[in-house]
Ligand binder design. Sequence first.
Ligand SMILES: Nc1ncnc2c1ncn2[C@@H]1O[C@H](COP(=O)(O)OP(=O)(O)O)[C@@H](O)[C@H]1O
Ligand SMILES: [Mg+2]
Length: 251
Amino acid sequence: MIEARELSKRYGELRAVDEVSFTVERGEVVGFLGPNGAGKTTTMRMITGFLPPSDGTAVIDGADIFAQPLDARRAVGYLPETPPVYPEMDVSGYLRFVASLHDVPRRERREAVDRAIERCGLSEVRRRVIGQLSKGYKQRVGIAQAIVHSPPVLVLDEPTVGLDPIQIGEIRQLISELASPRDGESAHTVILSTHILPEVEAICRRVILINRGRKVLDQPLAELTAGGTRLEEVFARETSRDEAPAGEASA
Ligand SMILES: Nc1ncnc2c1ncn2[C@@H]1O[C@H](COP(=O)(O)OP(=O)(O)O)[C@@H](O)[C@H]1O
Ligand SMILES: [Mg+2]
């Protein structure tokens, strides 16, 4: 469903993302883990078509981001690190607007918006102005705009950052629900970035860990924590390795 093929992004001397390859199968929920500055956001912006890679490519639901950019973008719903905010719009008006941007046909828009509102638990606030919502509700609106065009793939960049513990629990629950099939809708394939380890343990079945732009680990969570190893230990071990500055030969 998602295939990153030796994706790289260079900013001058800095290799923000360095030949990162991975595959996410249909229906999988994968945690994209790494310390701040590891390259998570940059990778996500490349696979969603918002940032051209310096090298490599990505294939989303069979569509190459270079060869079939429109198909690739249509197949993906993206919650960016800082969601686009239109504080003056009301929730349903904003979602109708996003649906039109995604080319949802006019006669299907109302149903698409209603479905996103329902799935994200926004029914009570659908007429409310976004700027007046709590942070937890704003994040639900961010997720609703990612699913309004029914994409098979969801890319969520730090979906619970800045929320209180109750809101965090609710958003994790919502993501888990989106990852399960329901009423004829198939399950979303989800990749979510985080630097919060319990988040991964709560919702992901597999972990991809990046550090300094390079993938250092790609494994099912159950395998990683088999024998009582804690994810913290794995994280500390994998991110302390290779302290040489990025870009230097480490042969
Ligand atoms: N537009 C940019 N110009 C220069 N450097 C950037 C730019 N965007 C990101 N970086 C750098 O790339 C690295 C990876 O950033 P990012 O992908 O945001 O990491 P993460 O999301 O894992 O915290 C960081 O060192 C960051 O400073
Ligand atoms: Mg980031």
